[in-house]
Design a protein around this ligand. Sequence first.
Ligand SMILES: [Zn+2]
Ligand SMILES: [Zn+2]
Length: 333
Amino acid sequence: MMRALTVVEPGTITLQQRDDVVASDGNLVISPKVVGVCGTDVDILDGTIDPDFVNYPIVIGHEWAGVVSVGSEAFPAGTKVVVEGVIACGDCAECRRGATNRCAIYDEYGFTRDGAAMDAVIAHPDLVHAMNDHVSWESAALTEPSAVVLRALQRIDPQQGEKVLVVGDGTIALLAALLVRQWNPTSVTMLGARDEQRDLAATAGVDLFTTNPDETASGYSLIIDAAGAIVATTVALNSAARGGRIVLLGYPGQGHAAPLPVDDVINGDLLILGSFSYTRSAWADVVALLNSGSFDPGFLVTHRFTLDDYASAIATLRKPVGARGKVLMEVTP
Ligand SMILES: [Zn+2]
Ligand SMILES: [Zn+2]
């Protein structure tokens, strides 16, 4: 038998006992080692996620890394791996143009099919990527949120010397500050919500951290909204220089709208962009960055709990105390 952290229906989460999985059709079996918990998992638990993107009951866990237990020649047992969460068909018009995040058939571990907060996961080898031994479990577990951020940045196409504002101070915001450095910005300012995040922000390469919107001024050429609150999106929309670009990554929850200053958007020649999930190529780029050692976001993991103590992990996410980056659950010690 194995454990599976299941949201049975909105409001009900439980560690179920299930039959062990059996590999078939050339698929691999992966033993998850660490699984991140994120705001989206809480949205799944609370039922506030867009119902088009989740099937209940569901085993959560879409940010994870593990070890191959039933392998293949390419991925022998014992290999440290990460597994792409979005399962794109590869065949539809979107997939053929590389926009696998918009595949006509939405299918994703932890959303439409069971995720990694359990003792064994079946994966098609096409989705599996080997990690070098020097990549820490913490960094490997951050592959998924890093791919979300990298895809958004690649889409907005930063130029050298950007004046960057990151709105938000959670993991996505901190990863955005870290990853945007790849494009040599002039400065990175973070408008956070909690002063306790200041040190994490500094380690992520933020030049100026503030929780006071009056201190961020305006005139940013690139703004990344990763806060997940309408008030933050409103600041983001009002902080751009003429010609500035604003990329929206923070979910405020289903059905919330921010006021759009239409005249400023037009007169400012602004570009507002949403970015959904990640493409297969963004995922591969993150794996390459991690394996090269040039990108090492593991310091963002501030909390670890066992899978059995999932309630503490979720509570830490709901109500942060002190510096809080990524919250991990250890599936196997
Ligand atoms: Zn997530
Ligand atoms: Zn497709």
